[in-house]
Design a protein around this ligand. Structure first.
Ligand code: FES
Length: 159
């Protein structure tokens, strides 16, 4: 059974402000994103204002405030991937999907997360979608990958 919010909060009995980031991370790992209700709950527990929590959490790219898309894209922006042009792919994805990192498109199809090194630097640049890795990315490959997931989504709905 997954832990409840309270059981996660109880792992931080000292209720210190420094607990905020690791606490939010644990909650997101468990629940997938940080809902307004969760943020309120955390604020009450740590005696921190909701605005302050949003201020801190939005500073980090890896926190999400809504559910992920049916296909969750994690684009590596570690050093090797950066050198290999990952920034271009971030821009391309943001433009094509009309979202920023941490957001989900309006159809709920794709969500985007920019992450640090996923540990396969020799194959940079890399993206991972729902656990599947795509390496030595090029713009052409990226378009084909997105298209293949769009088709996969149609197949799921038509079958
Ligand atoms: S920097 Fe991307 S895999 Fe290491």
């Amino acid at each position: 059974m997954p832990p409840s919010i309270d059981s996660i909060l109880e792992r931080f009995p000292n209720k210190q402000r420094e607990d905020l980031i690791p606490m939010l991370q644990e909650i997101q790992d468990e629940f997938g994103f940080l809902s307004e209700e969760i943020i309120n709950h955390v604020g009450a527990y740590l005696s921190i204002s909701v605005n302050k929590i949003y201020g801190v959490a939005t500073f980090y790219d890896n926190f999400r405030f809504g559910p992920t898309g049916r296909f969750h894209i994690r684009l590596c922006h570690g050093t090797a991937c950066h050198v290999a042009g990952a920034s271009t792919f971030i821009q391309e994805l943001e433009k094509q999907l009309k979202i920023k990192s941490g957001e989900t498109d309006k159809e709920g199809l794709f969500s985007l997360e920019v992450v640090s090194c996923v540990g396969a630097c020799g194959l940079a640049p890399i993206i991972e979608i729902n656990g599947e890795y795509f390496t030595q990315l090029t713009s052409e490959k990226l378009n084909d990958i997105l298209q293949s997931f769009r088709i996969k989504d149609q197949d799921i709905y038509e079958s």
